[in-house]
Design a protein around this ligand. Sequence first.
Ligand SMILES: C=C1C[C@]23C[C@@]1(O)CC[C@H]2[C@@]12CC[C@H](O)[C@@](C)(C(=O)O1)[C@H]2[C@@H]3C(=O)O
Ligand code: AKG
Ligand code: FE2
Length: 333
Amino acid sequence: MDSDPPFHETYKTLFAATKPLNNDWLAAVTAVEELELPSIDLTRLSLESPEKERCKNDIARAANEWGFFQVVNHGISRDVLEKMRDEKVKVFKQPFQHKCRGDKFMNVSAGSYRWGTPTATCLRQLSWSEAFHIPMTDISSLGDSSTFSSPSLHQFATKVASLAQKLAEILAEKSGKKSTFFQENSLLSTCYLRLNRYPPCPIPLFGLMPHTDSDFLTVLYQDQVGGLQLVKDGKWVAVKPNPEALFINIGDLFQAWSNDCYKSVQHCAVTNPTKERFSVAYFLCPSYDTVIESCSSNKPSVYRRFSFKEYRQQVQEDVQNYGYKIGLPRFLV
Ligand SMILES: C=C1C[C@]23C[C@@]1(O)CC[C@H]2[C@@]12CC[C@H](O)[C@@](C)(C(=O)O1)[C@H]2[C@@H]3C(=O)O
Ligand SMILES: O=C(O)CCC(=O)C(=O)O
Ligand SMILES: [Fe+2]
């Protein structure tokens, strides 16, 4: 199909050079066990205390023990989710050449369309997916010429942003940090949506390489196909999909800011041999000059002070030099 990126053609030398698949890699791309993530019903937040406090405690516990959880009754209606999905399918269906020259044809920021892994030197470094990174400031409800000026995408983005803010405030409060921090330091232009599409792939590969997110907190909406995996107690596990739920994960900045109280865990997406898969992630990020101070009352700072700008630059530099992100270990005291 001419909307698919030319994966086979571009990476044919990597396919030709592939040795028998290595066991570690196989364990990651064909996970052993499927788990249901802790599920939190957010209607409990509108009840009186003590139920409301219990719900907040459950959120904090899941962020501490898993770094990943699902929320149901999250306030984003099925209608909003379905319309956003239809919009996403439409965007990815455009001819590949149009998606590549996105900034001209689609009037979105240059470089917002990504596919594959340009730096991959072997198949295990390849991400079999295409994605749009859309800064929140490029999403508008107005009928201007941007591809992302669609009421359904705007409606989803606004709702998901306010949910992320609410959850971040609860997590801050429960770890003894200032809960207004996010209101004071979040910036629409640094927060973004990432629309992911994973085309079917004939052999098991990463749809998205193992990584931790470089933000405060991510809200992920995925379809029923499945493919999200994460590390739990040192083992890769597959996440049971639930199209009714939104999946929340802690990012590196929250792990550092909470002084390791909340965990930013490695996760990845794996491909499916016959089905295409879609997901959309909202990344809650601060302004670039926000300083992350790693401190808590119970132990010395694990990380040195750093700004979000410094963190982003270091991640980009490492990805360029080594082909992968090193992340928080770079910032240990
Ligand atoms: C090659 C890479 C780019 C990436 C870090 C990684 O090593 C693997 C995944 C990529 C990803 C995906 C989610 C986020 O968009 C991102 C910022 C992150 O934290 O991991 C990107 C990284 C990136 O684009 O720099
Ligand atoms: O598609 C998924 O399930 C994971 C997406 C993801 O991790 C990301 O976009 O950062
Ligand atoms: Fe991620």
